[in-house]
Design a protein around this ligand. Sequence first.
Ligand SMILES: C[S@@+](CC[C@H](N)C(=O)[O-])C[C@H]1O[C@@H](n2cnc3c(N)ncnc32)[C@H](O)[C@@H]1O
Length: 394
Amino acid sequence: MSSTYSLEGYGQMILDAVRTAGYREALRGAVTPGAVVLDIGTGTGILALMACQCGAARVYAIEPSDLIYLGIELAAANGYADRIHFIQGISTRITLPEPVDVIVSDLHGVLPLFQQLIPTIVDARQRFLAPGGRLVPQEDSLWAAVVELPEVYKKHTAAWSEDMYGLDLRPARPLAVNNVSQAEVAPENLLTPAQCWSTLDYYTVEEPNVRAELSWTMARTGTGHGMAIWFDTILAPGVTFSNGPGEQQVYGRCFFPWPELMNLEPGDLVTVNLAADLVGGDYLWRWDTRILSQGQPERLKADFRQSSLLGAAVSPASLKQRASSHVPVLSEDGKVDRFILELMEAKNTLGEIARQVAEKFPARFAGEGEALAHAGELSLRYGRPPDSKYWRDS
Ligand SMILES: C[S@@+](CC[C@H](N)C(=O)[O-])C[C@H]1O[C@@H](n2cnc3c(N)ncnc32)[C@H](O)[C@@H]1O
């Protein structure tokens, strides 16, 4: 299985000294000699290796991607092969033979509200953590501020303007300004103090969705382009780091643009209702902004309603296709895949599957080679690996 991260990406995470040294420091405090540790999303095994350095007796290291095989090599190279039990799979679908004393993970994206981070931690905490066990990280806080970011804003919007090679590309602008992106933010870009939007205590969190209001009374003049959000983390008591403006950690900061730039004056009241809802595999963001001149309700300067759903290029047809009332009709590609899966279930070799598929769907495949490549993809996605020593899916 391939990973969303490249080897270079894993390397960058390791090279982030504040992050990685922080994790090592936290593990030193949490892992007592003989402890049992669970590393969720071990990647190339770095945190599992560190847990061994700290004296762990056993580490269960879970990772769905094939890069786990590199972790196995690194464990052997460092003399920890007998202490780290690598399991290729997703933590929520596996069971462990014993409770663990420590659960360590770094499942953050730019923000902790990323993919299935919260349901994953909640599941692991409930099913695997021994009473009194430790979680690393233990808490993340999300911070927000109004920002002046002309260059980043230009990148979002400049192409979608009135006169681009004599063409009016403005109809695409509403999509562009509803896109949340990673952005460089320096302390001097902040027009307001940072405000804490939410704190995720991983010992107690249950609910993956977050919504809360932010509000600032402007103390200075500036051009507001939107909001920046980042997180600070408590890995363990006394072991913390911030991803605030100006910090260099790999996670970065998130920019939530406004539909238009706003001239802000001292006394203006900026209120943002920010909501993050986990839908399917990732978060849908909504940010509704009201700006009142001098804080006076009758002097409304802006009333924006924005959502990352409006920033996704989703056609009305594909939305209808997902509706609960929709009766799906299998496409030609669906029929091909169903045929291949049936042949897989009947225990045919991929070569035999490719031969039959190419014969049955000659318009879809130029030959057996193309059919083999496609069947191989399905084998990777839905088949069990031939060497299933490390593989678990239930
Ligand atoms: C940000 S990387 C961290 C890699 C490594 N632990 C480190 O700290 O450098 C997150 C990893 O978690 C994995 N992952 C995400 N959700 C997972 C889950 N529920 N079970 C196992 N692995 C997961 C991803 O495939 C990815 O390799």
